[in-house]
Design a protein around this ligand. Structure first.
Ligand code: G3P
Length: 218
């Protein structure tokens, strides 16, 4: 399972990339706003730190506008994945990009029918927003389950990228369902490693080791 960070904050990306566990990045207009950076400059920098897919979202609503913006974004680096919304215009742009060998992440997916259309349009990634479904008392993970079932029934190559992740359990549930990837906010990425029994156990080992008076390397 691939782990992407859901952020446009270059400093945070640099810090967490040091773990060697970050496979890619996703950004969106809200995350760019939060970063306070110029989008193109932040993207260039992110692509020097991360080799894997870096999603950059178009903001035009019409097909021609999306195609122009997407082609522009794709030129920034070889690992840019153009992100388009799940609208008929977005899917038309997706087909055009795929014919040009530009990878596409189809975003704002809230139903299995939408995911099916994105796969038919040749999307590289589909981004079902599990947290936003949970927020309105619908089951985000059930959507993932349906997409996994549909994509495997037809051998679609579109990769399922669990998005709108709100807590570590979303990540492990997505993994259990066989998601190809999850895009994780930095705070939740850091929470993934935390367990109070790990901290307690480590503390106990450190104290007992100190009592031995030994050093591992003499
Ligand atoms: O990047 C898209 C998605 O992950 C957004 O998440 O938390 O704004 O619902 P959120």
């Amino acid at each position: 399972m691939h782990f992407f960070l859901d952020t446009a904050d270059v400093d945070v990306i640099k810090k967490l990339a040091e773990t060697g566990l970050v496979d890619g990045i996703t950004t969106n207009p809200s995350l760019v706003m939060a970063s306070g950076r110029r989008f193109d400059e932040a993207l260039k920098e992110i692509c020097t730190v991360i080799d894997g897919p870096v999603s950059a979202e178009v903001v035009a609503m019409d097909v021609d506008g999306m195609i122009k913006e997407g082609r522009h974004l794709a030129k920034i680096a070889d690992n840019i994945v153009v992100k388009v919304p799940l609208t008929f215009e977005g899917l038309q742009a997706c087909k055009t990009f795929r014919a040009e060998d530009i990878h596409v992440n189809v975003t704002l997916c809230f139903s299995a029918a939408q995911a099916l259309l994105a796969a038919k349009a040749g999307a590289t990634f589909i981004s079902p927003f599990v947290g936003r479904l949970d927020d309105i008392a619908q089951d985000g993970m059930q959507l993932i389950e349906e997409i996994v079932q549909i994509y495997s029934a037809y051998d679609f190559e579109t990769q399922i990228l669990a998005a709108s992740i709100r807590h570590p359990l979303h990540v492990t549930m997505a993994a259990k369902l066989g998601c190809d990837a999850a895009t994780i906010p930095p705070k939740i990425f850091e929470q993934l490693i935390k367990h109070p029994l790990t901290d307690k156990g480590l503390d106990g080992f450190a104290k007992d080791w100190a009592k031995t008076g030994q050093t591992i390397i003499r």
